[in-house]
Design a protein around this ligand. Structure first.
Ligand code: NAP
Ligand code: MG
Length: 402
């Protein structure tokens, strides 16, 4: 079989620990035998980030802006223990944070649904994609512990010195205070990313806040979404046969539990934090989630939703057998390859991505899986494979489909 040719390189961001091991096996066994893989390689492994004073992370994000599509391996976010372990010059920032700040986007997370790994919610038949706004609100708040009775006010001082004041509360005793914000720019980019992603994946978009109670703050989110929808997306949505729908967050939660799935649920930062953990654990496992960062100007960065699986890596280093689930990392590659294929008009590349995903799911559905899935599957007598054998079994399945 002739290898599939690519025209534009994918931005490849290599990473750390167990996922770095999986990364290489996936490339060697599932990609390079079939594709003339064209990538611009950035080594985001912690050692190389440290050597380059983290410049490599910035360069990889800028390359994503240049080419439009990236695929990222999980990376270590350094903490005190990692400072010693890797003898770091500095406690480098989270690569995902750095990349997100440069690309300015929204993260979409979707469970990978497979027969035998059943959602806890019986009526969920299709995946529910969570779109979480990743800026501001309670995550950038200022807080005061109020010690005694007194008056609390919100004060805004404009650049020309004009003050606007709003009474928060006349305290008669101790209490607590919190001041939070968001920016129109960030909300607009959140809205556009959501509308673009809905169009891209042809799914309905739900958005929910608490605008009946928060008549200025949350209402601004609702208004901005509505304005952008009417102006730029209404016709496109009609043509694509999808809908945009706004409701209150409590109503959304109730409806989600009764729904079939198959839609995108856009959430404000806090709601998204809480709801994505609920939705992902109800669907099964973090290793069975896709995650993509979509920027408002149409750049895509695909990754796995889980970390570097450090515990398994230490077993691997000791020469012990591991059974690490590579599905989310495989789907990061297929997501990126399919998008590259779409942008460059290479249908073979899109078809290959579809087949590799189908082969991965078929492998699990035939009862061959990694340990994490064997523990939760409804299939009887599953075969537990080690990290490499799982990928090799997918390769056999893939070869029957090519
Ligand atoms: P983790 O890598 O997600 O792993 C936590 C535990 O979840 C594992 O010990 C394992 O449980 C299970 N698990 C996660 N992914 C799995 C997979 N693919 N297959 C099988 N089991 C899996 O989180 P962590 O250990 O807390 O973090 C390790 C490093 O990852 C940290 O340095 C952190 O900074 C980084 N991290 C990176 C990203 C990212 O780059 N996107 C995200 C999160 C964390 P058992 O041990 O019980 O088998
Ligand atoms: Mg959380």
């Amino acid at each position: 079989m002739e290898k599939i040719k690519m025209t534009t390189p994918l931005v490849e961001m290599d990473g750390d620990e167990m996922t770095r091991i999986l990364w290489k096996i996936i490339k060697d066994e599932l990609l390079t035998p079939f594709i003339d893989l064209k990538t611009e390689y950035y080594d985001l492994g912690l050692e190389h980030r440290n050597e380059t004073d983290d410049q490599v992370t910035i360069d990889s994000a800028n390359a994503t802006k240049k080419y439009g599509v990236a695929v990222k391996c999980a990376t270590i976010t350094p903490n005190a223990a990692r400072m010693t372990e890797y003898q770091l010059k500095e406690m480098w920032k989270s690569p995902n944070g750095t990349i997100r700040a440069i690309l300015d986007g929204t993260v979409f997370r979707t469970p990978i649904v497979v027969k035998g790994i059943d959602p806890c919610v019986r009526n969920w038949k299709k995946p529910i994609t969570l779109a979480r706004h990743a800026y501001g609100d309670v995550y950038k708040a200022s807080e005061i512990k109020v010690p005694t009775a007194g008056k609390a006010e919100l004060v805004f001082t404009a650049e020309d010195g004009t003050e606007t004041r709003e009474l928060i509360h006349q305290f008669e005793g101790p209490g607590v205070l919190q001041g939070m914000h968001n920016t129109e720019k960030s909300i607009r980019s959140f809205a556009k990313s959501c509308f673009n992603y809905a169009l891209d994946t042809r799914q309905d978009l739900w958005f929910a806040t608490k605008d009946t109670i928060s008549k200025k703050y949350d209402h601004t989110f609702k208004d901005i979404f509505q304005e952008i929808f009417e102006k730029e997306y209404k016709d496109k949505f009609e043509k694509a046969g999808i809908t945009y729908f706004y409701t209150l967050i409590d109503d959304a939660v109730a409806r989600v539990m009764k729904a079939e799935g198959g839609f995108i649920w856009a959430c404000k930062n806090y709601d998204g934090d809480v709801m994505s953990d609920m939705v992902s654990s109800a669907f099964g496992s973090l290793a069975m989630m896709t995650s993509v960062l979509v920027s408002p100007d149409g750049n895509f960065e695909y990754e796995a939703a889980h970390g570097t699986v450090q515990r398994h890596y230490y077993k691997y280093l000791k020469g012990e057998e591991t059974s690490t689930n590579s599905v989310a990392t495989i789907f990061a590659w297929t997501g990126a390859l399919r998008k590259r294929g779409e942008l460059d008009g290479i249908t073979e590349l899109c078809a290959f991505a579809d087949k590799l995903e189908a082969a991965t799911l078929a492998t699990i559905e035939s009862g061959k899986m990694t340990k994490d899935l064997a523990l939760i599957t409804s299939l009887e007598n599953p075969t537990v494979l080690n990290s490499k054998d799982f990928i090799l079994t997918i390769r056999k399945e893939l070869e029957t489909r090519l």
